[in-house]
Design a protein around this ligand. Structure first.
Ligand SMILES: Nc1nc2c(ncn2[C@@H]2O[C@H](COP(=O)(O)OP(=O)(O)OP(=O)(O)O)[C@@H](O)[C@H]2O)c(=O)[nH]1
Ligand SMILES: Nc1nc2c(ncn2[C@@H]2O[C@H](COP(=O)(O)OP(=O)(O)OP(=O)(O)O)[C@@H](O)[C@H]2O)c(=O)[nH]1
Ligand SMILES: [Mg+2]
Ligand SMILES: [Mg+2]
Lengths: 291, 282
């Protein structure tokens, strides 16, 4: 456990004195391994630890804690701050409906999360409509329609047309039907697939979403920076949803995605059911990453 | 004998970065660097050769631990029906991979039956039914929300009565930390054995190529509950290197059989070490 590991380095210091450059650096070397094993990206871990080192060196060791606990506290606080940023509600647009696009790699949980977000917004007084705009995956439209049926959420689906046509038709239907929020489910795609990334840009340009949420699998490893960076650069995502956090993945990808995209992590998927969805808690994630 | 080349801090960090960012994990990366160091002591290696030597060590490690020792052609008489379970955590590409494999066997002239035993996830049966159609093979499905074990049972009795050569069973995604869902896999195993004593002959664990070190804990859990014959690593057509397959091979002795390289029916290739080595070192 982290505290025990760091205690070893600080056995010389006893409740008074300052954290020196040497003992901080030594102890952070062990932390680096912990972060890498937690799937934090290599470069992100290096930069993060440099910042922690700067903050920790020269700090007075409080009488009530051990030096190791002091470093851990700095680590934990720095990590929480990085992951956090106050939870702010989803941005609404002046025109109705407000459009939210769900994007991300294959299998990350977009369709499931589209349902969850609809359920969540409804419980907060909104009138959501879900738009089935994955025209590529076998039975994707069926999947979202069923999710909608099971939770009595309105789903708009139009088969045999392009994703853009389906999305625009849904937006018009929401406008006419009085739904104030349109959540658009899109097909999973690789960030290196130029054609499909262009399709998302077209969707964004025509739909004017007030939010583009990047849905990221909680067990993603080092590659999280690559996909997050590409989606940020090409689409300018406004938020992230980390899914499958009900598993035991340490979730280092959360730090990587947050660092590289600058977008806040808004929500966490914590199960397959429609209600297994919550606002993201940066301090809990920090604990999880630090093990 | 020249002095052994020493790795300076900067070079060391560069090498670590190559290995770690490939998802090889800290322990495997350290082991590879250690093997590199050994060779630096024993051979006269120049600075330019360091990368080549490290690449050789990765290739050797994969050959020893991950590549399959015998090809399917070496097996004696294939059991009939030969039963494969496709398992893994949510969203990794099980259903898609099963469709690709079904197509492969069908194109090779074998009779294939797909068993749609994911009775839980929304539209899972519809999805795998489309793959059965694309591959031109039959499918056995159950009533919505039916017990997956009963679908496996029906599927295997159909396979026996139709004298099918291969049965491919699609199962629901399940996080390995969910004990009740993992126990369900054990139940599928027991039910299968009622009709086909040696079933499942093959359990394929499908791991998403973008998965980090959690892949190792997934493999451990599935190996414990249902035994894992081989891995399929999917989505390596992206930028992920899939390196976690190396620690899985080293620690659990589980080889990789297939690599998924896309969403199309033909986007499946037999595993070869060079696929990973080239991805890691470019
Ligand atoms: N345990 C768990 N499973 C999840 C969570 N979110 C999604 N899933 C499951 O992950 C799998 C993939 O979810 P989908 O919603 O189909 O993913 P997707 O991103 O829409 O996939 P594509 O459209 O193919 O790109 C399904 O089995 C879901 O039930 C979560 O938070 N926890
Ligand atoms: N790019 C790429 N996408 C893939 C590959 N294999 C599967 N996919 C995609 O990944 C997504 C999830 O695939 P599924 O076959 O539904 O995954 P699954 O494991 O059956 O999911 P659950 O049953 O919900 O657990 C789909 O969008 C697939 O098209 C691959 O090798 N490359
Ligand atoms: Mg989807
Ligand atoms: Mg499936």
């Amino acid at each position: 456990e982290l505290t025990e590991k760091l205690e070893g380095f600080f056995s010389g210091l006893k409740g008074r004195g300052k954290l020196t450059e040497d003992n901080v650096r030594e102890s952070l070397r062990d932390v680096r391994r912990i972060l890498l094993e937690a799937d934090v990206n290599f470069a992100v871990a290096r930069d993060f630890l440099k910042r922690v080192e700067e903050k920790a060196v020269g700090v007075d060791v409080l009488k009530s804690v051990t030096p190791a606990q002091q470093v851990i506290k700095i680590l934990h606080d720095e990590l929480t701050e990085l992951l956090g940023g106050n939870f702010r509600p989803l941005k609404r647009s002046k025109e109705t409906p407000t459009v939210i696009m769900m994007v991300g790699l294959q299998g990350s949980g977009k369709t499931t999360t589209t349902g969850k977000l609809g359920h969540y917004l409804r419980s907060h007084g909104m009138r959501p409509m879900l738009a089935a705009c994955d025209m590529q995956r076998p039975a994707a439209i069926d999947q979202l329609e069923r999710i909608g049926e099971q939770s009595s959420l309105t789903v708009h689906a139009k088969r045999g047309v392009s994703a853009l046509e389906a999305a625009l038709a849904a937006k018009e239907a929401a406008r006419l039907g009085g739904q104030d929020t349109l959540i658009v489910d899109t097909a999973g795609r690789l960030h290196v697939d130029e054609e499909l990334m262009n399709e998302l840009r077209d969707l964004r340009d025509q739909l004017h979403p007030s939010e583009i949420l990047f849905v990221a699998d909680g067990m993603t490893g080092q590659d999280a920076v690559n996909s997050a960076k590409a989606f940020t650069e090409q689409l300018d995502i406004t938020g992230v949803v980390m899914t499958k956090l009900d598993g035991d993945a340490r979730g280092g990808a959360a730090l990587s995605v947050r660092e590289v995209s600058g977008a806040p992590i808004r929500f966490a998927g914590i199960g397959e059911k429609i209600e297994e969805f919550e606002e993201f808690h940066p301090d809990r994630m920090a604990n999880r990453i630090l093990g | 004998v020249g002095a052994a080349l020493k790795l300076d801090e900067e070079t060391l960090e560069k090498l670590e970065e190559i290995l770690i960012t490939a998802d090889l994990g800290v322990e495997t990366s350290m082991e590879l660097i250690e093997r590199l160091r050994k060779r630096l002591r024993l051979e006269s290696v120049t600075a330019e050769d360091v990368l080549r030597v490290l690449r050789e060590e990765l290739d050797r490690m994969i050959e020893e631990t991950v590549a399959e020792k015998e090809t399917e052609g070496d097996e004696e008489e294939q059991p009939r029906p030969h039963v494969t379970f496709v398992v893994g955590v949510n969203g990794t590409g099980k259903t898609t991979t099963l469709g690709k494999i079904a197509n492969r066997y069908a194109k090779q002239g074998e009779s294939v039956l797909i068993v749609a035993a994911d009775t839980f996830r929304t539209a899972a049966v519809e999805q795998v039914a489309i793959w059965a159609e694309r591959a031109g093979v039959d499918i056995v499905r159950g009533a919505t929300g039916a017990d997956p074990a009963s679908v496996v049972y029906d599927g295997l009795s159909a396979a026996l009565s139709r004298n099918v050569q291969r049965v491919l069973v699609d199962t629901a995604g399940r996080l390995h930390t969910k004990t009740n869902l993992m126990a369900e896999l054990g139940k599928l195993d027991r039910v299968a054995k009622k009709l086909v004593p040696e079933a499942p002959h093959e359990v394929l664990l499908v791991v998403d190529g973008t998965t980090g070190q959690n892949g190792l804990s997934q493999a451990k859990a599935f190996a414990e509950v249902s035994g894992v014959t081989a891995l399929v690593v999917t989505k390596l057509d992206g930028t992920a290197k899939g390196g976690v397959l190396v620690p899985i091979g080293r620690e659990l002795g589980i080889p990789v059989r297939w690599i998924g390289l896309g969403e199309g029916i033909d986007d499946l290739v037999p595993f070869e070490p060079r696929l990973v080595v080239e991805a890691v070192f470019g």
